[in-house]
Design a protein around this ligand. Structure first.
Ligand code: CMP
Ligand code: CMP
Length: 416
């Protein structure tokens, strides 16, 4: 860490370091460029929402470019103004390299990995450092976009949060209680959290009212402050939930029709977040894992029987690990703790006295035998290439695989 830097910059570097440790990217520069542009976008969105507040204090966050250059200025002041107000990212459209970035940026979904632990560390670090004061020459207008961001399909440049309304102290206290244990909000850094909180709209719903109808288009995501709701899929009750829980994310995430009908089973007080803010802020952070693992989970034949909802819940529980060639992932005779899905790479399965008995690759799985049968590991699994796996802990394995467990049992390689 460069100790001469201001405290905020040091905190920022620490966050970055955490992300790097967790993702272990093979293309460091690509990863870094994406990371910092994302941070810039988040900061921009946060400030855009608070623009009126700053205007009232005569602070211009988003200066008009013409304004900056139309007034006659001394050479000295002009050059100062150019560098401070019109700072231009090297990745703007006119840059000769920009086409390279535009066409080649979505390289490898592998580089967008983030580890839950790192996110929690990030949250922890940010919680400790309050919103940094604006630097003297701060310019919120600076360009941020470089890549086709797969996780955040719309561009922040075109977006202002329409539903932004500073909450009263009393509302904030209530909200703090409702979202304290909601993992979606715990994943947000403090700026984004504040932005989301101020974009939430309060909605009272009487007992018996239908809040969401299966098949409808998605408009809002909901957090329950008070009351209880039931979920119905094709008229069958599948779930219920209460204060602190949230629902209505699937249609907004996947641009799909509502997957369930949601009915209030008591008078409810809800907080609603509009579709666009949800996609801009929550999708890329709180639901990052769902998007990150979506392709993998969809492509695995063993998981074909899972619904979108099941897959989403499963993705929430996954973690990523990368193994280098020659590394042992599972050792025969050990206790089983995890189930593994291979995102990419190759592994050998071997048994004492028998040598290699199986070879597995992209989109195969392993580690299920010990968990299904409560046995020690039945074989050793070793990476033969750089291998990236998604891991699911024992309790998640028992809770979240639903009908896929029957398929795993049927395919158990030790059955005969
Ligand atoms: N078993 C379930 N299947 C589908 N959706 C569910 C289920 N249980 C809860 N839900 C929630 O119900 C919501 C209905 O709207 P969405 O499809 O947008 O998002 C859905 C989920 O948040
Ligand atoms: N023929 C095999 N015998 C035992 N395990 C195998 C075989 N082929 C693949 N495997 C995988 O190797 C894993 C070793 O750990 P588990 O016994 O938990 O689960 C095992 C299976 O997922």
């Amino acid at each position: 860490m460069v100790s001469s830097l201001p405290k905020e910059s040091q905190a920022e570097l620490q966050l970055f370091q955490n992300e790097i440790n967790a993702a272990n990217p093979s293309d460091f520069l690509q990863f870094s460029a994406n990371y910092f542009n994302k941070r810039l976008e988040q900061q921009r969105a946060f400030l855009k929402a608070r623009e009126p507040e700053f205007k009232a204090k005569n602070i211009v966050l988003f200066p008009e470019p013409e304004e900056s250059f139309s007034r006659p200025q001394s050479a000295q002041s002009q050059s100062r103004s150019r560098s401070s107000v019109m700072f231009k990212s090297p990745f703007v459209n006119e840059d000769p390299h920009s086409n390279v970035f535009k066409s080649g940026f979505n390289l490898d979904p592998h580089e967008q990995d983030t580890h839950q632990q790192a996110q929690e560390e990030q949250q922890h670090t940010r919680e400790k450092t309050s919103t940094p004061p604006l630097p003297m020459h701060f310019n919120a207008q600076r360009r941020t976009s470089v890549s086709g961001e797969t996780l955040q399909p719309n561009n922040f440049d075109d977006w202002t949060p329409d539903h932004y309304k500073e909450k009263s102290e009393q509302q904030l206290q209530r909200l703090e209680k409702s979202i304290r244990n909601n993992f979606l909000f715990n994943k947000l850094d403090s700026d984004s959290k504040r932005l989301v909180i101020n974009c939430l709209e309060e909605k009272s719903v009487p007992k018996g009212a239908t809040i969401i109808k299966q098949g409808d288009q998605g408009d809002y995501f909901y957090v329950v402050e008070k009351g209880t709701v039931d979920f119905y899929v094709n008229d069958n009750k599948v779930n219920s939930s209460g204060p602190g829980s949230s629902f209505g994310e699937l249609a907004l995430m996947y641009n799909s029709p509502r997957a369930a009908t949601v009915v209030a089973t008591s008078d409810c007080l809800l907080w609603a977040l509009d579709r666009l803010t949800f996609r801009k802020i929550l999708l890329g952070s709180s639901f990052k894992k769902r998007l990150m693992y979506d392709d993998l989970l969809k492509s695995m034949p063993v998981l074909k029987s899972l619904t979108t909802y099941d897959r989403a819940k499963l993705a929430d529980a996954l973690d990523t690990k990368i193994y280098q060639p020659g590394e042992t992932i599972i050792r025969e005779g050990d206790q089983g703790e995890n189930f593994y899905l291979i995102e990419y790479g190759a592994v050998d399965v071997s048994k004492k006295g028998q040598g290699v008995i199986n070879k597995l690759k992209d989109h195969d799985y392993f580690g299920e035998v010990a968990l299904l049968n409560d046995l020690p590991r039945q074989a050793t699994v070793t990476a033969t290439k750089r291998t990236k796996v998604a891991t699911l802990g024992k309790s998640g394995f028992q809770r979240l695989l639903g009908p896929a467990v029957d398929v795993l049992k049927l395919n158990d390689p030790t059955r005969h």
